[in-house]
Design a protein around this ligand. Structure first.
Ligand code: PMP
Length: 385
């Protein structure tokens, strides 16, 4: 049975061209970039060349890029980095952040920082005016997600950045879902910090980056070495950095072309569901939404059961967020959008990537109605409706 992967929001398959670029850096080019003999300094050149490509991809300066182990560490570094620098104060975030932001901020709340968790509307949109109203004299940071990983809704980051700048408050955005899919230009957006992670756009895992605008001062979280201009100690993940650079270079050239294809696949599946399966709810903003994500609630049944039944047929999807699966609570994102518990429980997220083809969608179209129908026939709620 051919496996169909429609969970590209959890992670993506590595582009083979990226792998080929990385391989020499595991074997013959294994040297430590901090070593001062020739072989070491050659590796340093490759690392710095990759950093340039990554910076260029988001229109940043190379020295504004700090390598991390991924998006989670980049979010931790941005938020704790500002909080530890300031020592105390007020932080603004939203109720639909990824857990790597929410849990970091909850940790700071326990340590005495004051937090405002902004509401979102039924599409998962943060009103920039709410951000403006929430800013206080002691606000030290605003952190709002760019594109949400569960529903794909995209925030008006440029407007929020403008408000933050007017008030002189540093602004961080979790760009993990956005970078690699849509053009991101940090200078045009006016953000102070942005997290991104290449395993979400066909690059390697175990590497990520935080963009920190020149002039923004943050506290270091990992002490020890001189790497990353003393901002993040530890021998660099050289193959990861090389792969990160390569995928940024490729996405810059190919993003627009892939976008059309991926959107077509997503729309094809979404239209099929709307037309052929009754009692469904498509989540996220109809227009301000990533073209690769379709989050659907199938009423009267459990998302987990749909997921397992699709898995038996070789189709990988997720229910809510892969990061929160294992919990029986419906996703905090869906609840923040005002979706009732019983509907939120029936959520499935289909997410597409550059290696999906029409065949994949055709197979889901064949299997999904049967799965939904079977589960609904077994559901006491469907019977009573
Ligand atoms: N932010 C968002 C929006 C994400 O979707 C994820 C990954 N699920 C992360 C942060 C964490 O990134 P990483 O897996 O690279 O640690």
């Amino acid at each position: 049975m051919k496996k169909i992967y429609l969970d590209n929001t959890a992670t993506t398959p590595l582009d083979e061209r990226v792998l080929n670029e990385m391989i020499p850096f595991f074997v013959e080019k294994f040297h430590n970039p901090s070593s001062i003999y020739l072989s070491g300094s050659e590796i340093r050149k490759h690392v710095e060349n990759a950093r340039k490509k990554i910076a260029d991809f988001i229109n940043a300066l190379p020295e504004e890029i700090i390598f991390t182990s991924g998006g989670t560490e980049a979010n931790n570094l941005a938020i704790k980095g500002i909080a530890f620098k300031k020592g105390k104060g007020h932080i603004i975030t939203s109720k639909i952040e990824h857990l790597s932001v929410l849990e970091t901020i909850k940790y700071l709340e326990k340590k005495g920082f004051e937090i405002t968790y902004l509401d979102v509307d039924k599409y998962g949109i943060v009103d920039p005016n709410d951000v403006r109203k929430a800013i206080r004299n002691d606000t030290i940071l605003i952190s709002i997600i760019f594109a949400n990983n569960e529903i794909g809704t995209i925030q008006d980051i440029k407007e929020i950045a403008k408000i933050a700048k007017e008030k002189g408050v540093p602004f961080h955005t979790d760009g993990v879902m956005m970078v690699g899919w849509e053009k991101v230009d940090v200078k045009e957006l006016g953000v102070d910090m942005l997290s991104f992670s290449p395993h979400k756009f066909h690059g390697p895992k175990g590497i990520g980056a935080l963009y920190v605008r020149k002039g923004i001062l943050i506290e270091n979280l990992i002490h020890g070495g001189l790497q990353e201009k003393k901002r993040r100690g530890g021998t660099e993940n050289v193959p990861g950095i090389i792969g990160f650079g390569k995928i940024c270079e490729l996405r810059k050239e190919e993003m627009e072309k892939d976008k059309e294809k991926i959107k077509k696949l997503r729309d094809n599946l979404e239209n099929f569901i709307k037309e052929n399966i009754p009692e469904v709810l498509i989540l996220g903003h109809p227009l301000k939404r990533l073209y690769s994500i379709s989050s659907v609630c199938f009423k009267y049944i459990e998302g987990e059961s749909i997921l397992l039944n699709l898995d038996f047929e070789g189709i990988c999807v997720s229910s809510g967020s892969a990061c929160t699966s294992g919990s029986l609570e419906p996703s905090h994102v869906l609840l923040a959008m005002g979706i009732p518990h019983e509907i939120a429980h029936g959520n499935i997220r289909f997410s597409f990537g550059k290696f999906n083809e029409e065949d994949d969608v055709e197979r889901v179209k064949e299997v999904l109605p049967k799965v939904i129908n079977k589960l609904r026939q077994m559901s006491p709620f469907w019977e009573k409706k």
